[in-house]
Design a protein around this ligand. Structure first.
Ligand code: DX5
Ligand code: ZN
Length: 215
């Protein structure tokens, strides 16, 4: 089953609770939460206090995307505040295996993420150890950018590697996904689709239905 994960980065924070409920009622299964530290990426977004506050009012699956350096210092906090899956960037640490171990130790699902310039081959040693690979389809840091088509070639390459090894690893794509290109991302091999502006700008129910119809 393919899953839609709306990214609250493009939400209206005055109305965030209602917007999240609307996206879930329309059929989204994950909530994508982008944590930015102003260091790994230029912007600062939100962190554990916001996630903890959302967790009190929703049973949504929280897919947390850490755009931070030293992700090892965040894992415990993210687990405590309500993350279900923790995605960290390959580029953000020199101890990938250690971070995977930390996420396992707190009993959360493990996601590893690569930026557009990072080749799929770096993931090979870790594919057996993760639940999800997130292939960024834009440079991380902000919503509303255009998908970089070459990143879908990386999705195809990764899908091939995963199938070849007989693994059950989810492939998520994030950045520039819209109604017009979501089918192409699915065809390339992605099964979890992040969409920020394509969900939260305009009519959320209509947007979610439109995306799901093409997945
Ligand atoms: C960007 C974030 C994304 C962002 C996607 O660095 O990781 O999750 O919210 O936004 P759209 O879907 O608008 O490209
Ligand atoms: Zn993201």
């Amino acid at each position: 089953m393919n899953i839609l994960a709306p990214s609250i980065l493009s939400g209206d924070f005055w109305h965030l609770g209602e917007q999240i409920e609307e996206a879930q009622a329309a059929g989204a299964k994950y909530l994508h939460i982008d944590v930015m530290d102003g260091n790994f990426v230029p912007s600062v977004s939100y962190g554990s206090p916001v996630i903890r506050s959302l967790r009190k009012s929703t049973d949504f699956f929280f897919d947390v995307h850490l755009m931070v350096i030293h992700p090892e210092t965040y894992i415990e906090r993210m687990a405590k505040c309500g993350a279900d899956l923790i995605n960290f960037h390959y580029e953000a640490t020199d101890n990938v295996a250690g971070v995977i171990g930390q996420i396992r130790a707190v009993d959360k699902k493990v996601g590893i993420t690569i930026k557009p310039g990072t080749p799929v081959s770096v993931l090979e040693p870790y594919l057996e150890q993760v639940d999800m690979v997130l292939i960024m389809t834009v440079e991380p840091g902000r919503g509303g950018q255009k998908l970089i088509p070459q990143c879908l070639d990386k999705v195809r390459e990764l899908k091939h590697l995963i199938d070849e090894r007989g693994l059950q690893v989810d492939i998520e794509v994030d950045g520039g996904i819209i109604i017009e290109n979501v089918a192409e991302a699915i065809a390339a091999g992605a099964n979890i689709i992040v969409a920020g502006s394509a969900v939260f700008l305009g009519d959320i129910t209509e947007n979610v239905h439109g995306l799901l119809k093409n997945m």
